[in-house]
Design a protein around this ligand. Structure first.
Ligand code: GAL
Length: 337
């Protein structure tokens, strides 16, 4: 073979090898998934993490495909998370599941993933649309924040319509409330606050805001705020509207410490401690995303991407990108006597 011909032959061989990619993918018997959590100590995220692990095992059992999860905690640092993504790619992860630290700054992760050709399933903290539109291998799993908030508001509206005195505790025709908000940069905080309050108004609950504050989803921060408010507005607060269960539990901690009873507290998430508080009558209600479905969707999308298979029909995607998890109201039995 002449030098030129040999070069041509080599070129054709290389081209054929490159095209064999999908064929090799079809024969995959194992997938490796890199998962990075914005904060491993967040209660809701922790609940989702446990179900993700269960779902991966379930998938292995049902499909005979080995699923290896590499789960990392970014501990609130976007820089750390970017490094974790780099490491996942270097380790040969087939797909990434990312709970971004800074949802406004997912572009670095997207750049790295696109360059390596590794699809990404974001969850819980929604990157901006402009970023999500950059590649057709980017997905998002979460809950519709407006729907959550409307359900939270409805819970109180229905109680008020049936038993006004269970909500307007002092019977003065006004329901005095305080508001606990999540991180200001999180898509859920603003939307939950706006629509929860709007739903109360639309439902005819005569609300009056006493005060409110940002407690960044955290129980201890909410507890400190509530303690201040109880001291500043004694015998006034009738309702606590909280953007999540952990902050609702913080408010309950402060109420317990002050020996105040009867105040209605509503949360969001249906976390394990939230459900306990609901069962022992401390929390009026919560709005819970179905965690089985939530985690199944993250896993289902991730494994399909890793296997280079189409997204299963059981996870219908809005705009080919977003999966919205169903949610439900969980409210405690009301004793109106
Ligand atoms: C929210 C959830 C909060 C917190 C936050 C983290 O959707 O309600 O409890 O987990 O996500 O991003």
């Amino acid at each position: 073979m002449s030098g030129r011909k040999r070069l041509l032959f080599l070129g054709v061989c290389m081209l054929l090898t490159a095209c064999q990619g999908p064929q090799n993918e079809e024969q995959k018997t194992s997938v490796r998934i890199g998962i990075s959590l914005y904060r491993g100590d967040d209660t809701f995220i922790n609940n989702i993490r446990s179900v993700l692990e269960e779902k991966a095992k379930e998938y292995e059992r049902e499909n005979g495909i080995r699923v290896t999860l590499d789960i990392q905690d970014a501990k609130g640092s976007q820089n750390t998370q970017n490094n974790q993504v780099e490491r996942f790619i270097a380790l040969g992860c087939d797909v990434l599941c990312i709970n971004p630290v800074d949802r406004m700054d997912a572009s670095v992760i997207i750049d790295k993933a696109m360059t390596a050709g590794v699809p990404v399933v974001f969850f819980n903290r929604q990157p901006v649309e402009e970023d999500m539109n950059r590649w057709d291998q980017l997905y998002y799993v979460g809950v519709d924040a407006k729907e959550t908030a409307v359900l939270q508001g409805q819970m109180v509206v229905e109680l008020y319509q049936e038993h006004p005195s269970a909500v307007d505790l002092n019977g003065d025709g006004v329901v005095s409330y305080v508001l606990l908000e999540g991180e200001s940069s999180h898509q859920d905080s603003l939307i939950r606050t706006e629509w929860s309050i709007q739903t109360l108004k639309d439902g005819g609950v005569p609300i009056e805001k006493i005060t409110g504050g940002i407690a960044n989803w955290e129980r201890s921060q909410a507890s400190a705020l509530m303690e201040q408010w109880l001291a500043a507005y004694p015998d006034t607060i009738e309702l606590v509207v909280s953007n999540n269960d952990d902050m609702a539990l913080g408010a309950i901690d402060a109420l317990d410490r002050a020996g105040v009873t009867g105040v209605n507290v509503v949360g969001i998430d249906g976390t394990t401690p939230g459900m306990e508080a609901l069962e022992n009558g401390k929390l009026l209600g919560t709005v819970s995303a179905n965690k089985e479905i939530y985690a199944s969707a993250v896993m289902g999308l991730a494994v399909s991407c890793a296997m280079r298979e189409p997204i299963p029909e059981e996870y219908p995607l809005t705009d080919g990108t977003y999966y919205w998890t169903p949610q439900e109201i969980l409210i405690r039995q009301i004793n109106t006597k």
